[in-house]
Design a protein around this ligand. Structure first.
Ligand code: DX5
Ligand code: ZN
Length: 231
């Protein structure tokens, strides 16, 4: 049973994406991975930054009361400076906003930290990571999209792992404490290469909620990642 406290040795974070769960039974679906997963990944989409529309603050606020698992909120929205702090105030553990949607990522990261959350920066498929490497000291997580943000169930793009390698190199050289998260198409056949590239947090939607036993799917992904994490 995971107790949701920080561990001393780096171990993989497995974050099932509730986007792939049954929205009519959201609390039950989160309970199904509680105890096995580290974080629940919550995909917020606004039909502007991405074409899709999912869930927002009221759902996060309600769900927060229904479980103890930390929430990893992934904001695929425009104007995150306006909306993101409310997710921190609603009790999200980590709030990730997109580089493409934000003029001043450092300022927003500081605001999120001041509101009691970890701060994450997401890099979409078509965005290079280099310009953002110097921001790493202000961040707790960097989320490298391994698909184009917007929909679950897409095919993993292995060429995105070069970005993971770049971030990992900079984190190691700088002795930084930054989680490197991958999101999109993470499953039994892709998680090992992502771990080898230097990722240490893994979002998985379809691979977890499409499985007959979601908790068991999480445990298997964790074992695979742990074996291949070179850190
Ligand atoms: C898509 C979301 C992902 C999605 C992943 O933009 O950010 O978190 O739920 O789903 P899978 O694991 O099915 O690719
Ligand atoms: Zn996501």
């Amino acid at each position: 049973m995971r107790s949701y406290t920080a561990s001393v040795t780096p171990s993989p974070i497995i974050a099932p994406s509730i986007l792939a769960s049954d929205f009519s039974r959201l609390a039950e679906e989160v309970h199904a991975i509680e105890g096995a997963a580290d974080w629940a990944h919550v995909d917020v989409m606004d039909n502007h930054f991405v074409p899709n529309l999912t869930i927002g603050l009221p759902v996060v606020q309600s769900l927060r009361k229904a479980t103890k698992i930390p929430f990893d909120v992934h904001l695929m929205i425009n104007d995150p400076a306006r909306w993101a702090p409310a997710y921190a105030e609603a009790g999200a553990y980590n709030v990730t906003f997109h580089a493409e949607a934000c003029d001043d990522p450092v300022a927003l990261a500081k605001t999120l930290r001041a509101a009691g959350a970890k701060a994450g920066l997401a890099i979409d498929r078509d965005t290079p990571v280099e310009p953002y490497l110097e921001l790493l000291p202000y961040l707790d997580t960097v989320l490298i999209m391994t698909i184009k943000a917007g929909f679950g169930g897409q095919k993993f793009l292995p060429e995105m792992l070069d970005k993971v390698r770049d971030v990992r190199r900079r984190v190691e050289v700088g002795g930084l404490e930054v989680r490197i998260e991958v999101d999109g198409g993470i499953a039994a056949d892709t998680i090992e290469q992502a771990a080898e590239a230097g990722a240490d947090a893994f979002v998985a939607g379809t691979a977890v909620y499409g499985a007959a036993d979601p908790a068991e799917a999480v445990r298997k992904l964790r074992a695979q990642a742990a074996k291949h994490m070179g850190i």
